[in-house]
Design a protein around this ligand. Structure first.
Ligand code: ZN
Ligand code: FE
Length: 256
């Protein structure tokens, strides 16, 4: 099995769709197409024909290109079964117990609710890649539109159990702002400091900061680090539970 190629496609103001090309299988999927035009252009640039559309959740900035791309390419739309009614044009509904096949690859689905109640991640184990939509961002996490802090903590904990070398492909370029917030909580984290230098340099050249890895997120993303001593000292919550610390960080980020 040759490795997949995965390419970010910038959409709208700060969204990423991703082209996933399996050359051995002659398949090409797009994850979370916000709009059709940039996806069409990226496909044409590589001479690829779209076969699948994968959606992590129903929000318009992740599904806005579904119908146009489906009509144009006859692509099959795969999304969370529990949100059939809100995924435009959905053909195949997936759950954690019903994984999905991309050619000969078995793709695992993780149910990671809280940003929306049916949000999922697609895990390509053989290729060490996960598509996390608006649940896990580089140095951040999604807003709690349809869930509670403990739901989100549980969802993030599922993602944290993936191998450290798993590449994380998220739905938005929010990294710089997320990192600035992270530094308010954990200014002494040297991994965070050096990551921020890299992120600033990339953004100054208008380059994506994606992908990161699960290991890097565990070292630098405050939302995965509610047990960290410095974070607890900043928040003056020494004896709180991880969920309480997580909830307080999420509250502060909403107002950051
Ligand atoms: Zn969203
Ligand atoms: Fe989004």
């Amino acid at each position: 099995m040759t490795m997949l190629t995965i390419e970010p496609v910038a959409c709208l103001s700060d969204n990423y769709a991703y082209l996933i090309h399996a050359p051995d299988a002659g398949l090409c999927a797009v994850v979370d197409p916000s709009e059709p035009a940039p996806v069409r252009k990226a496909l044409a640039a590589h001479g690829l024909k779209l076969t699948h559309i994968l959606n992590t959740h129903h929000h318009f900035d992740h599904t806005g290109g579904n119908i146009a791309l489906k009509e144009e390419f006859g692509a099959e739309i795969v999304g969370p079964a529990k949100d059939r009614d809100r995924i435009p044009g959905i053909d195949v509904g997936v759950t954690e117990n019903a994984p999905w096949q991309f050619g000969s690859r078995s793709v695992r689905v993780l149910e990671i609710p809280a940003h929306t109640r049916a949000h999922i991640a697609f895990v390509f184990d053989d290729d060490h890649a996960v598509f996390t939509g608006d649940t896990l961002f580089a140095m951040g996490c999604g807003r709690l539109f349809e869930g509670t802090p403990d739901m989100m903590w549980n969802s993030l904990s599922k993602l944290m159990r993936l191998p450290d070398d798993t590449r994380v492909y998220c739905g938005h370029e929010y990294t710089l702002n997320n990192g600035r917030f992270a530094l308010t909580l954990e200014p002494g984290n040297t991994d965070l400091q050096s990551r921020m230098e890299e992120v600033r340099a990339l953004r100054a050249k208008d380059q994506p900061t994606i992908p990161s890895t699960i290991g890097l997120e565990k070292r630098t993303n405050p939302f995965l680090r509610p047990g960290a001593g410095e974070i607890r000292r900043t928040l003056a919550m020494p004896g709180a539970t991880d969920i309480e610390v997580f909830a307080e960080m999420r509250r502060r980020k909403d107002a950051f």
